[in-house]
Unconditional design. Sequence first.
Length: 420
Amino acid sequence: MKRQIIVWILLLLGNGSRLAFGELRAGAARVEITPAASAHLPIWGYDDPPPRSEGVHDPLHVRALVFDDGKQRAAIVSCEVLLIPNLLWQDAARRISTEAGIPGDHLMLVAVHNHAGPVLETKSDDKTVMTPYAQTVVNGIVEAVLRASEKLKPARVGFGAGKADLNVNRRARMAGGGYWIGVNPEGPSDKTVGVVKVEDLSGHAIAVVINYAVHCVMLGYMNREISADLAGATSNFVEHQLGDPVVALWTSGAAGDQNPTQLNLVSSDFDAVAAYGMYLGEEVVRIAQNVRSREPRHVQGMQRAVSCPGQQVAPGNLPRDKYEFRDADPVPVRLSLLMIGNTVLAGVSGEPFTRVWQQLKTQAPFSHLLMLTHCNGTSGYLPDAAAYEQVSYEIATSHVKRGCAETSVVDGLLAMMDEY
């Protein structure tokens, strides 16, 4: 009988790294994934074929935050890359499950969507394959998760929100009457800065999750230097202000129709990037310092793949006066939920528009809610139904038909929340 009790205790404790169920622990880590300046890798984000980099302005990182409630583990991983290709997601999720013991449905792997990072996938014999640099990213992801897992300690979690007027709707009416990328101050735009703060039981910060709806495109298409852009500037500022070893993970909100209020298309204005990072970072620090943290007792994760009817614009120059859309293959969209106590992170593999987030926020049964986009794969732009009335760049390049964002994404996430 005594032997059975000992075995039962060992099963509960696993390898000794886990606590009894209902006592949350957290750990965070940062790993650099900057390519060598001499590599001159193609920069992903604007031109086809992509130009090659001409140097490194600031380093690129992977940042990981791991939770453990004694029964299961979960991870949020922020990567300073343009997006999470599906091949990269599959490889990283498999390795994290095998090497870190975190199942894929408890992983939220997000891209900050900086357009000044190296290409992650290419074509070979008409097949999509990962680039050699993509393997560097996968290795960094796994290393960051493993390092964060080694730093687990009892933790509290707090949720807070503020405002920063750094983004603007970019679907603007042009002089000729059509719509394209520009500045539309009258369009929908959410200025909310969301923050999840994780601290140890003595009140020292372990990590903060930053959430803001904006494309990280301050450097513009003429930039040729590797950079994490606004996301990196903000994370670096917050980490400097809160002090080592705090890890600040950038996550993008519903930024499909949002650009920075300032961007330089002609030259690289790194001073403006630093200024915006400081402005946004100061608001993040203010929120974090005023958050009231609690001790959540559980972590839950869930993922679901939904399918959107596909469309494709007829070939031709963009923009143009008239557009013809044709049926195309269905588009898979991966939805993710991660609940840490009463804080809920909703992940979407594409780029939803502002109104999609606003609809989810209004209907969701949780008040401590953030939408993490470019999460666990890539699905392209996910516009709200009303946006299809004005064909802009995002509509012309979206692969999903009108209505998908509401019926598949919003309704899908709400149905998942109902299962909690």
